[in-house]
Ligand binder design. Sequence first.
Ligand code: PGA
Length: 250
Amino acid sequence: MRTPLMAGNWKMFKTPAETTAFFEKFLPLVAQSTHADVAICPPFVNIAAAVEATKGSRVGVGGQNCYWQNKEGAFTGEVTPAMLKAAGCQYVIIGHSERRQYFGETDATVLARTKAALEAGLTPMVCVGELLADRESGKTNDVLTTQFTGGIAGLTPEEFAKIVIAYEPVWAIGTGKVATPEIAQDTHKAIRDLVEAKFGKDAAAAVRILYGGSVKPDNVTGLMAKPDIDGALVGGAALKAEDFAGVVNF
Ligand code: PGA
């Protein structure tokens, strides 16, 4: 069976001191939660504080992006996956829609970053998701197929076995408009079918597919009840210890 993964994406929020304060509140609230893997992906500058605060706990730490090679070099503003690993990260988010929308991320760079992250021993959470216009014009599956084909299907079966997929409909991110459990389930199933066609039945049965987009303590239970939803990637509700604990303890 697939162990749920509940991951927080802090985006561009919090200082190191606020990071430490978050974990002081959060860790006791999830100390008994062994039903799921839990992770927080803070801004780079807070990774040291998060790793220090979560030492000895079951909560993992991740980056929100990484460079597409592990070799150091003159690439101002970038961080290698190996650096994240050395700093104590286990995870990294790759291809978030905000990276695609504002920072020129493409399916090809998603693939390259994912391979580099795997090479460094990180677990990539690779994001896919359609825009509102795509969904309204009936193009959701086409868009997901393109993102899957260009960004994930280029992995080897061995590489694919180590990734997590995050389905995040862009119209649901930060809008309070969560996808209904039925819409999310249908789309997760469609993604799992793409996986099966490319990597086979066993890979499709094993891969964790997270839902992201306005997940909150009061809507997480309905989503997690669906057979193809294996966890959540949580933005806004991951910033407050009580809220994220409510999501983790769905
Ligand atoms: P949200 O963000 O939970 O604030 O909608 C989710 C995400 O972008 O990962």
